[in-house]
Design a protein around this ligand. Structure first.
Ligand code: FMN
Length: 289
């Protein structure tokens, strides 16, 4: 990653890119990213994870194509895939760590796209030799962006309303979930909060809800489950993607806070705030120093 470039700037430039140039990832980029990946061992909530960059071994991208993205991704030069040990917060930890890789790669000039639905799990599970006690919730396609998005890319972006983000007053609150968070109460955390809002999420559902304790730098993160994902139902596994979304948001919050010299730590102790709906679940708390 370009160390002179601000992380907030990189987060602002990241978007889901589905059409890539037919170019391999340069050896320099591969080495830097592999070094970075190998240093990631555990998420902020304690789950152990490992990641890899899968690139094509032959002259063409046939071997990658076999991994399968149901036609959504064109010409990916590689995929970031990982395996996380099953635990209470493994999906959040996976999201946090893989987004850390995404932002690092974006800073190097690589484009990315998270894939939680449109990828073939079995191919990637083989690629990373998934163990019985591990899960592989999602992968990320990567490579150099083509100058023009393909048709499928445009359709996916339009379908998910990718440009759109919910407004502050429906995502961020003060004290409980009835009072929107005002600019005066958010204090130095305006940027980290905004970086949560800019984060990618599965089908752009933006499940993150944050309640700040008035007058304190304490932020409780909640997940508002999208109804069609509730209880797994027929769409087993998809609700877990919203936990991955929560982990992605945690990384955006923590990394942009660190850039503003705002230290703190994560704890998962439910403050018992009334959420008004059973679909809204407590996930984690940021305690600022
Ligand atoms: C956990 C997760 C899973 C996703 N799964 C897919 C997917 O299967 N296929 C796809 O085309 N996009 C997928 N996306 C990309 C989202 O649609 C995208 O992030 C969202 O529409 C916001 O757009 P942006 O990333 O360009 O800001 C996924 C994103 C996340 C965070």
């Amino acid at each position: 990653m370009d160390s002179k470039r601000s992380i907030v700037d990189i987060m602002g430039r990241r978007y889901s890119n589905r059409t890539y140039l037919k170019e391999k990832i340069t050896r320099d980029h591969r080495e830097i990213i592999q070094g970075f990946i190998s240093g990631l061992k555990a998420g902020p909530l304690g789950s152990t994870a490992r990641f890899t960059l899968i690139t094509d071994s032959g002259e063409d991208q046939e071997s990658l194509r076999e991994l399968g993205t149901y036609g959504v991704i064109r010409n990916a030069a590689g995929f970031f895939a990982g395996a996380v040990k099953q635990s209470g917060h493994c999906f959040e930890d996976y999201g946090y760590l893989l987004e850390k890789i995404v932002i690092h790669a974006t800073g190097m000039g690589l484009a990315t796209c998270w894939l939680g639905g449109t990828f073939s799990k079995s191919g990637f599970a083989r690629g990373i030799s998934l163990a019985k006690d591990e899960v592989l919730p999602a992968v990320v396609a990567t490579g150099y962006a083509a100058p023009k998005p393909g048709l499928v890319d445009s359709i996916m972006r339009f379908g998910a309303g990718s440009k759109y983000r919910k407004q502050w007053d429906s995502l961020f609150f003060s004290g409980d979930m009835t009072v929107p968070l005002s600019q005066s109460d958010v204090g130095p955390y305006a940027v980290p909060i905004e970086m949560v809002r800019r984060a990618p999420s599965a089908a752009n559902k933006q499940p993150w809800r944050i309640v700040k304790e008035p007058g304190k730098n304490i932020f409780h993160f909640y997940m508002l489950r999208t109804k069609m994902y509730r209880d797994g139902g027929k769409m087993v596994g998809i609700q877990d993607l919203q936990r991955v979304d929560m982990g992605i948001a945690m990384y955006h919050f923590e990394a942009s806070a660190a850039e503003s010299k705002l230290g703190g730590s994560w704890t998962a102790t439910n403050p018992g705030i009334t959420t008004g709906t059973a679909d809204c679940e407590y996930i984690v708390t940021w305690k600022g120093k």
